[in-house]
Design a protein around this ligand. Structure first.
Ligand code: SF4
Length: 249
């Protein structure tokens, strides 16, 4: 079912060192579909027409040079490989029309072999592609036994051969600040950019550890990450967004 969601955002200097526009598009559905922390995979349709209808309206909000942005970040309820091909054409047309020269595509490691096709597809119009992968944590036990992320035995080096941005998640029951610091250090060692999401409880998933998140916001680690231009922090749970991090608004 297609949800009523915030689907366009301008990410500006208030929350990130990299100004860009972000669109949340509707996909045909996630083929993996097992991650314990994920409820957004239900935002999908098996109808290409239904996906395209929403996605065209969302892409029509992209402003590009009008707002001084030349970067478009594309997220969806699955991986970039699971967007209709017609939607990919609309993305490319939007980039051409709005003066966007870089597109960021987010997806699962299982699709890594498809990356060169996307690089070619956008490259034909002079648009650079950056690939962003969700690992959530480099702690193999938490990632595979609890989160069911589907990257068994995969090393940061292997991911970095195909993806240059990485997503890390913190704030689930059982995660510690020490582990977060290790994840961030690994992320910064192997990848150009780290997106850190503070976990939001989902039905039947792990519980958000509010005390751990409060401790994070009060830590030197948080203050250092906020100053690091290679890191973006997102927290959808705090409705007031008191910390002025990435947030739906
Ligand atoms: S691969 Fe992504 S969309 Fe699919 S279940 Fe995992 S987090 Fe959700």
């Amino acid at each position: 079912m297609i949800y009523d969601l915030v689907r366009y955002q301008l990410v500006d200097e208030n929350t990130s060192s990299m100004k860009r526009e972000n669109v949340l598009l509707v996909s045909l559905g996630c083929s993996w579909g097992k991650c314990a922390f994920c409820d957004y995979q239900d935002d999908k349709s098996s109808s290409v027409l239904a996906c395209d209808t929403v996605n065209k309206k969302v892409l029509a909000q992209v402003k590009g040079r009008e707002v001084g942005s030349n970067i478009l970040e594309v997220t969806c309820s699955a991986s970039y490989t699971e967007l209709p091909f017609t939607t990919l054409n609309y993305i490319r047309e939007t980039c051409k029309e709005k003066g966007i020269d870089t597109v960021i595509l987010e997806g699962h490691y299982i699709y890594r072999d498809a990356n060169p096709f996307f690089t070619d597809f956008f490259g034909q119009c002079g648009i650079k592609t950056i690939f962003r992968c969700g690992v959530e944590t480099f702690d193999e036990h938490i990632r595979e036994d609890i989160l069911h992320k589907g990257l068994p035995g995969v090393t940061p080096e292997q991911i970095a051969r195909h993806f240059s941005w990485i997503n890390i998640m913190f704030g689930m029951e059982g995660q510690t600040m020490q582990q977060l610091e290790k994840d961030i250090a690994t992320g910064l060692k192997y990848f150009d950019r780290v997106n850190l999401s503070l976990y939001t409880t989902v039905k039947n998933g792990p519980v958000r550890d509010s005390l751990a998140i409060e401790a994070f916001y009060n830590s030197d680690c948080y203050r250092e990450l906020k100053e690091n231009p290679a890191i973006d922090i997102y927290d959808e749970w705090d409705e007031e967004n008191a910390h002025k991090v990435g947030h739906d608004n």
